[in-house]
Design a protein around this ligand. Structure first.
Ligand code: ADP
Length: 426
């Protein structure tokens, strides 16, 4: 099996650990392993032959000896030293012992290319939002590029959008191959044997998302690290807030999901938390909040922390804005109040231990799932439930995730929460 992995949509800590696990497990299981740079956009762009040849000419001479590579492959492309850090830009290949990646988005990699990736933040192979992949023409080009390289299995690590894209691609695959056939593209440029290998595309999804907003799994890759970042920020704010007896309103990410806000609030000692799944039940939530904070002050608290999730709403489904909460605290309680929006600090930085463990275990499971895939089996999403790595039908998980947002919009919060429950059955 020739498998490729891409990271797509919003980045999250742990994505590099996924790539590392998939590449290493793939090689150990006898697969040829590739990475696709810049998400689906890289799949559409593929490898420009002319540029690729030119970049090979630019290669410095002191390439490492390929015969000593761990996976025994002779493909020179694996000498790309991804692990050295600055290779993934469209550079000129002037890093010692490296090749230029200019014009090459689908790149064969070996064991050593992903050495130490578990500890790197973000995604070293890049991520992007690709408009072209949303079109049939784009996906046709992507299919061509994959078949050209002989790739028949794809691991996608991203959010629900990316996993939907993967499913669309797989469902459409026979049609795409047929269309390439009809245009005479396949047999004129690619051998019949290679084409025959590609009647079906095998895909598997891994959820990389700081929001922890995917149904049918307990945790998504990157969420624990983002939570950790928020906790650190609250610790820092707590000390200054306490010194000056101030109030802070912290806005945290999470889109329609309050997981980050809720757990950060619990672990950081917040006084009041606003999350989308459990909006205030009355129109006078300001009174409720002020009474609660007043009580905390009366029992001796010198600081006040209010956490507002990005998607927080009131009982009329109107967004709750941090600035408004600040004004309420200042005007009604006379507190010296500041707003801190943590923004992208929540996304960045080194993955915490669990964001190395989870992607490693899930990456290995993803390779197993691909090796066992049949044309009739559904595409799987790798999840985790009660500490066990699981396989769940990818589209079911995506559908249920979308149902959460729909239920919130319909003010059916109980239903929204039940859709997040891994045990939920319709
Ligand atoms: P996330 O994966 O974080 O939810 P997006 O929703 O932006 O992020 O999706 C990432 C990418 O996945 C999009 O830029 C697009 O290329 C691809 N994608 C999303 N939905 C579809 C779809 N219905 N069909 C094809 N591609 C899609």
């Amino acid at each position: 099996m020739k498998l490729a992995i891409l990271t797509s949509g919003g980045d999250s800590a742990g994505m590099n650990a996924v790539v590392r696990a998939v590449v290493k497990a793939g090689i150990i299981k006898g697969c040829e392993t590739w990475v696709v740079r810049e998400g689906y956009e890289g799949l559409v762009r593929g490898n420009t032959e002319a540029v690729a040849e030119q970049s090979l000419d630019e290669t410095p001479i002191d390439l490492p000896d390929t015969s000593s590579t761990t996976d025994g492959s002779t493909n020179l492309v694996q000498n790309l030293r991804f692990g050295d850090g600055d290779l993934l830009r469209d550079g000129t290949g002037d890093h010692p012992g490296t090749r230029s990646l200019k014009g090459r988005y689908i790149v064969r990699v070996g064991f050593d290319d992903v050495k130490g990736w578990f500890a790197e933040g973000g995604t070293l192979i890049g991520t992007a939002r690709s408009k072209t992949f949303r079109t049939m023409e784009g996906r046709l080009q992507a299919a061509y590029n994959m078949i050209k390289e002989g790739i028949d299995a794809l691991v996608v690590c991203g959010g629900d959008g990316s996993l939907t894209g993967a499913d669309v691609f797989r469902a459409e695959w026979p049609k795409l191959v047929e269309a390439l056939h009809a245009e005479g593209i396949l047999f004129s440029r690619i051998s019949a044997e290679k084409v025959a290998l590609h009647a079906h595309l095998k895909i598997v999804g891994l959820v990389g998302s700081i929001d922890n907003d995917m149904s049918m799994t307990d945790l998504t890759i990157g969420a624990p690290t983002a939570l950790h970042r928020i906790c650190e920020a609250i610790d820092n704010i707590n000390s200054t807030a306490s010194s000056h007896s101030r109030a802070f309103v912290l806005e945290v990410m999470g889109r329609h999901c309050g997981w980050l806000a809720l757990l950060a609030g619990v672990s950081g000692g917040a006084d009041f938390i606003f999350i989308p799944e459990s909006p205030p039940t009355t129109e006078s939530w300001e009174d409720e909040m002020c009474q609660c904070i007043q009580r905390h002050r009366e029992v001796g608290k010198r600081k006040t922390i209010v956490i507002v999730a990005e998607g927080a709403i009131d009982c009329n489904l109107k967004p709750i804005k941090s600035e408004y909460v600040k004004d309420v605290l200042a005007e009604r309680l006379g507190l010296d109040t500041r707003v801190t929006t943590l923004g992208h600090t929540q996304r960045g930085g080194r993955p915490c231990a669990y964001d190395r463990i989870l992607p490693t275990l899930q990456g290995m499971e993803a390779v197993e799932a691909l090796l066992e895939a049949t044309p009739d089996s559904p595409s799987y999403m790798i999840g985790v439930q009660e500490n066990k790595i699981t396989r769940v039908p990818l589209m079911e998980a995506v559908k249920m995730t979308r149902s959460v947002s729909a239920a919130i919009e319909a003010k059916d919060f109980e239903k929204a929460m039940s859709y997040r429950d891994p045990e939920f059955k319709e």
